[in-house]
Ligand binder design. Structure first.
Ligand code: SF4
Ligand code: SF4
Length: 171
């Protein structure tokens, strides 16, 4: 990798991520169309880019996902949150959750009710699976979530950085 050209997460933080993502969206999509086969075989590289991006990113300085996205909450997640709060699962649903248009539980409103002023998560050890896995760029068969990652690039500097550097590496 050409270190000099590396798109750093620091740069992303300083600039407006949404503007950058909007500017890059069609290029990211075109790149996928033209390089599908290469991307299908790039899981190892994507994982490397994911790790590199997180090494440069302090989620506590960002918290964009906790502020805006609203993870899908599973039954298991509800049990975990109940455990963290020492209340009954039914109370978790009553106090914090609603059902969305896809019939999934999500938080009643965002920013997340468990996001604290210093950007820490007050239920971190018991946070939902979707929170643990976001932005998913370390999963296998990355090509299956490429388009989702293009969307996530509007919110998450790591997602943007992975796409940007994937283009550079596979060119
Ligand atoms: S539960 Fe924690 S990690 Fe998940 S959105 Fe809320 S603050 Fe963020
Ligand atoms: S949006 Fe990405 S970089 Fe920001 S806190 Fe969430 S996972 Fe971390």
């Amino acid at each position: 990798m050409a270190g000099k050209d590396l798109f750093t997460v620091e740069t992303l933080r300083a600039a407006s991520l949404q503007q950058l993502a909007q500017k890059s969206e069609s290029a990211f999509k075109q790149f996928f169309k033209k390089n599908k086969k290469k991307i299908e075989n790039a899981d190892e590289l994507v994982l490397k880019l994911h790790k590199q991006a997180f090494l440069k990113t302090d989620c506590l300085q960002c918290a964009n996902c906790c502020r805006t996205l609203g993870p899908r909450i599973t039954g298991k997640d509800i049990d975990q949150i109940a455990k963290a709060l020492r209340i009954k699962p039914a109370k978790v649903i009553e106090n914090y959750l609603r059902i969305d248009e896809d019939n999934d539980y999500v938080f009643q409103s965002m920013p997340c009710p468990f996001l604290m002023n210093d950007n820490y998560c007050s239920i971190y050890e018991n946070r939902p699976k979707a929170c643990r896995e976001y932005p998913h760029t370390d999963r296998k068969r990355f090509y299956q979530i490429y388009q989702l990652t293009v969307k996530n690039a509007y919110t998450c500097p790591v997602a943007y950085s992975v796409l940007e550097n994937l283009q550079k590496e596979l060119k």
